[in-house]
Design a protein around this ligand. Structure first.
Ligand SMILES: NC(=O)c1ccc[n+]([C@@H]2O[C@H](COP(=O)([O-])OP(=O)(O)OC[C@H]3O[C@@H](n4cnc5c(N)ncnc54)[C@H](OP(=O)(O)O)[C@@H]3O)[C@@H](O)[C@H]2O)c1
Length: 244
């Protein structure tokens, strides 16, 4: 395996994912830019390389079994292994409608969001696990959201704002899945944590939110670069721990 730390960031062509790739690349890491669209992927890789990052494109649609298997093969061939996986790719709606409510949401919308935000993470994680297991200091970071926190959602006086119901529940589901990975892999050296970037101005939020994509990327970069005695099984934002 290469001397460099190798990371795969899913959904790295724009928004928070791009900034995670740029931040980890700035540390001298080799960065796999996971993205489903060839044009957007190539543009991101070019831009990262222009910034001095050792970036390579990884064709990746997290909803597609074949794409994910091929991505793992490409990383093994190109980089010889994988140390860190950042599961960042996510969607919050099919049409971008943020007003979806449980009683009116189209079940097809729920299915598509879960397929990307939850099953996509399982699919990618399981394909990458053999390489992560072989790494000296493996890390998995799952991009979640504080809106998926059942504790915060049910705390009187805490206003989480109008959040699409299917999206919110997909992050709760993802949190539950993350905890199960932590339990299964507790006797390995893989540190697994969830991150909340805060409300960040990206396409995802219609560019609303007071945080820049760079600020949104900071917590994932922190969790990707934890020391070997760092935490595992936690849910964090820039201020500290987020309740599950
Ligand atoms: N922005 C926020 O305020 C906020 C808050 C809490 C959590 N988050 C989480 O942070 C993560 C990144 O969000 P963002 O704001 O950076 O959103 P974004 O700008 O919309 O970027 C989302 C990324 O995910 C990719 N993606 C979506 N579906 C995919 C699929 N099937 N396969 C591969 N890639 C796929 C997109 O690729 P395309 O360009 O091809 O669509 C894009 O690269 C998400 O998991 C989101 O839930 C964001």
């Amino acid at each position: 395996m290469s001397e460099k730390t190798i990371v795969l960031v899913t959904g790295a062509n724009k928004g928070i994912g791009y900034e995670i790739a740029a931040g980890l690349g700035g540390l001298g890491w080799r960065v796999g830019v996971g993205a489903r669209d060839r044009g957007r992927r190539d543009m991101a890789v070019e831009k990262l390389r222009a910034e001095g990052v050792d970036a390579f494109g990884v064709p990746l649609d997290v909803t597609d079994d074949g794409s994910v298997v091929a991505a793992a093969e490409l990383i093994a061939d190109h980089a010889g292994g994988l140390d860190v996986l950042v599961n960042n790719a996510g969607i919050n709606g099919v049409t971008g409608d943020r007003s979806q409510t449980p009683s009116t949401v189209d079940p097809a919308t729920v299915r598509i969001i879960v397929e990307t935000n939850v099953i996509g993470v399982v699919r990618v994680t399981n394909a990458m696990l053999p390489m992560l297991r072989a790494s000296a200091s493996p890390r998995i970071v799952n991009m979640s959201s504080s809106v998926g926190s059942l504790t915060l959602q049910t705390t009187p006086g805490v206003d989480m704002g109008p959040v699409p119901a299917a999206y919110l529940a997909s992050k709760t589901f993802l949190n539950a899945v993350t905890i199960q990975y932590v339990k299964e892999l507790k006797d390995t050296n893989i540190l697994i944590n969830s991150a909340c970037p805060g409300l960040t101005a990206t396409e995802f939020t219609g560019f609303s939110g007071d945080r820049t994509p760079q600020q949104g990327a900071a917590i994932a970069i922190h969790l990707a670069t934890l020391p070997d005695d760092g935490p595992t099984g936690g849910f964090f934002n820039d201020s500290g721990t987020v309740p599950w």
